[in-house]
Design a protein around this ligand. Structure first.
Ligand SMILES: [Zn+2]
Length: 170
């Protein structure tokens, strides 16, 4: 892979290990693309860790699209690396007597910061061209994200329950 150009080549398969290697291999291209793209949000993300907002480019240049792909895949790897954290959270939840509303709500409060910010889907969709509705879709293997998916389900079920929202979320 040349370091002075960025050409869209997807990971060979959608296994997490392949994606991790792809991220490492494309680091040079990624830095190149940040300098080249007209979309400034990537530089803000790279330098200041600012979460990129949805793209407002009228016509996305290829660097912007590729950077989004890189960003999304990197995010997925980061989330997956916290697998143990999510496993532990689930274990704690499972050990709670579910009739003990206070205990259930303490659990949710403990994981509120993480749970509310967590956005994860095993399908990554990148809109390349809005007019043509041209999309790049990457389907990950949900088995590799089992803990994250289960944690998110539990968290959302309790957090968005009427009981929690009415009595505890103040
Ligand atoms: Zn853009």
């Amino acid at each position: 892979m040349q370091k002075n150009s960025f050409s869209l080549s997807l990971p060979e398969d959608n296994k997490l290990l392949t994606i991790k290697n792809w991220i490492a291999d494309n680091k040079g291209c990624f830095q190149f693309a940040i300098k080249e793209t007209i979309c400034r949000k990537w530089d803000k993300w790279h330098q200041f860790k600012a979460t990129p907002y949805p793209c407002v480019c009228t016509q996305r240049d290829k660097y912007c699209i590729e950077l989004e792909l890189y960003y999304e895949l990197q995010r997925v790897v980061e989330i997956c690396e916290q697998g143990t954290y999510f496993e532990q959270a689930i274990e704690k939840f499972n050990s709670i007597n579910k009739h003990d509303k206070n205990a259930v709500c303490s659990w949710v409060k403990k994981y509120k910061m993480v749970g509310r910010k967590l956005f994860f889907s095993s399908t990554i969709t990148i809109l390349c061209n809005a007019e043509e509705n041209n999309k790049l879709i990457i389907q990950l293997n949900p088995d590799e994200f089992d803990a994250v998916i289960r944690f998110h389900e539990i968290f959302n079920t309790v957090y968005y329950s009427e009981e929690f929202q009415t009595n505890f979320n103040q």
